[in-house]
Write a protein that binds this ligand. Structure first.
Ligand code: SF4
Length: 480
């Protein structure tokens, strides 16, 4: 990839831009997130004064040039560039772990869960008190609380305490209970009568697959499915989300088909990650980037085909996130896929022992004794010195490979993943798992745009807007 900064002609100047060559065509982007594809095998074309003179109106229109400092084009560029990097200062997303105990022992468990009957792994009364104090002082009115574990339904009293306590302090809170659905009690169903509460569960695929990876007993797998169908009936699919953990990429299509069969409208295709127990039990699978990328992109084609032929559409959330990062100014992204990615602001994780982490992955690393990314605790508050040191690394503009990359304005940064896999934040970025998986998806998206792939573009539109139709946003992508 190449970075260009020169002014170009007497009448207009170019904003700094980056180019990426794809054989016979090029992609150009700039830090405002403006882009176009050009069917020319010449990355230096924008340096050609005659070409620029001829195409200056299009370059102004595409947000690549301005006439004078402070004109509409210049202001628009600066505004978009700034908006892309704004992070909310209030705590909007909080993961809490009121108990680490669990009634399953999945092969890839990421959190070194504690046994169901173990003691010392639940929030104490003091932790509960401090938690509400923390929310009172820091929580946004529209805070979203993800109640994780362990298995949080083992402590429904704490789940209820969190929901009632936060609802009394914030005007518009929402809650997600992450549960393995091993048990669904009457008390749990009563909690779910509150429409602000939804659930997230893990479905790894058809019963044999789910059983192999999670329940390790066909009886438990069947009970899970029965409970899933019960909740489907009681609260509706709109309040249920499900995630598979994929240990064998060859099984992706089978998993997708099962999600469609269950009537689910979203799926998040995730490779088994490199945390917790998975580090040992799925070491090779979690590191195999090439195989994963191929299977994942084939799966996106499969979903596009499904969506073009059927009324029951399926959204793949990772693709949706990347598309939003490209096409929406405010889509700052997830905590493991945004830049800058400051911790201690809008997103936190509070563990069973009151310790605070910047992300769930950071919590997992601490649990296995790999590296301590603690940034505070409920009792002592946030450690701003540690946070400042951590945040200094959490910006892709700090890394030379990213500064030369055409995808930088859309991409993110996740030094926790780099440290987890390579033991360092300085590992060459282009060789990281993070870079290679995200770059592969960006390449896929821009290739489909360049090819004007009708089926894929309809699918992209559906992922961005919910309407699977030809979207004019894609027709502006070319400098023909
Ligand atoms: S991580 Fe990779 S894809 Fe993302 S901006 Fe950096 S070099 Fe580009």
């Amino acid at each position: 990839m190449t970075v260009f900064t020169e002014p170009i002609s007497s009448s207009v100047s170019l904003f700094p831009y980056k180019g990426k060559r794809f054989g016979s065509w090029n992609l150009f982007t700039n830090s405002a997130g403006n882009f176009f594809v050009l069917e020319e095998n010449n990355l230096n074309l924008l340096k050609n004064k005659n070409f620029l003179k001829e195409r200056q109106n299009e370059l102004l229109e595409k947000g690549f040039a301005y006439q004078i400092k402070g004109d509409l084009y210049d202001n628009s560029f600066k505004y978009k560039k700034k908006r892309r990097r704004v992070v909310q200062p209030k705590l909007e997303y909080l993961i809490v772990v009121p108990t680490l105990r669990c009634n399953l022992s999945c092969s890839y468990c990421q959190v070194s869960r504690a046994n169901e009957n173990a003691s010392g792994f639940d929030w104490s009364e003091k932790d509960c008190e401090l938690f509400l104090k923390y929310i009172r002082e820091n929580g946004a009115q529209n805070i979203k609380i993800e109640i994780q574990g362990g298995e949080p339904t083992l402590r429904l009293d704490l789940v209820k305490f969190i929901i009632d306590g936060v609802s009394a302090l914030c005007s518009n809170p929402t809650f997600v209970i992450c549960t393995n659905l091993n048990e669904v009690s009457r008390e749990f169903l009563q909690i779910l009568e509150n429409k602000r509460v939804s659930i997230s569960t893990s479905i790894d695929g058809p019963l044999d697959l789910h059983d192999r990876q999670r329940t390790q007993g066909r009886f438990k797998a069947k009970r899970f499915l029965k409970n899933f169908l019960l909740l489907h009936q009681e609260i509706g699919l709109a309040r249920i989300s499900a995630l598979p953990t994929i240990t064998n990429p060859q099984e992706i299509i089978k998993i997708i088909n099962f999600y469609i069969e269950l009537g689910l409208t979203e799926i998040s295709l995730r490779q088994v990650n490199f945390h917790g127990f998975a580090r040992k039990s799925h070491r090779d699978e979690s590191q195999d980037i090439k195989n994963w990328n191929k299977s994942y992109l084939d799966a996106l084609d499969y979903i596009a085909k499904h969506n073009s032929l059927n009324q029951n559409k399926l959204i793949e959330t990772n693709l949706a996130l990347h598309l939003r990062r490209i096409f929406h100014l405010d889509a700052i992204g997830n905590v493991d896929f945004r830049s800058p990615n400051p911790s201690g602001l809008d997103y936190l994780v509070i563990d069973f022992d009151g310790k605070i982490y910047p992300s769930d992955e950071a919590r997992m690393l601490a649990r296995i004794g790999s590296i301590d990314f603690t940034i505070g605790s409920l009792s002592s508050g946030l450690d701003f010195e540690t946070i400042a040191q951590f945040n200094a690394m959490q910006d892709n503009q700090k890394y030379s490979a990213c500064n030369e990359c055409a995808y930088q304005p859309f991409c993110g940064i996740d030094v926790i993943d780099d440290v987890s896999r390579y033991g360092s934040v300085d590992y060459p970025k282009l060789e990281t798992h993070f870079c290679q998986t995200h770059m592969s998806l960006f390449d896929y998206i821009f290739l489909k745009i360049k090819e004007r792939d009708f089926e894929a573009l309809m699918n992209f539109s559906g992922h961005l807007t919910g309407r699977f139709e030809i979207n004019p946003v894609f027709s502006g992508a070319y400098l023909d």
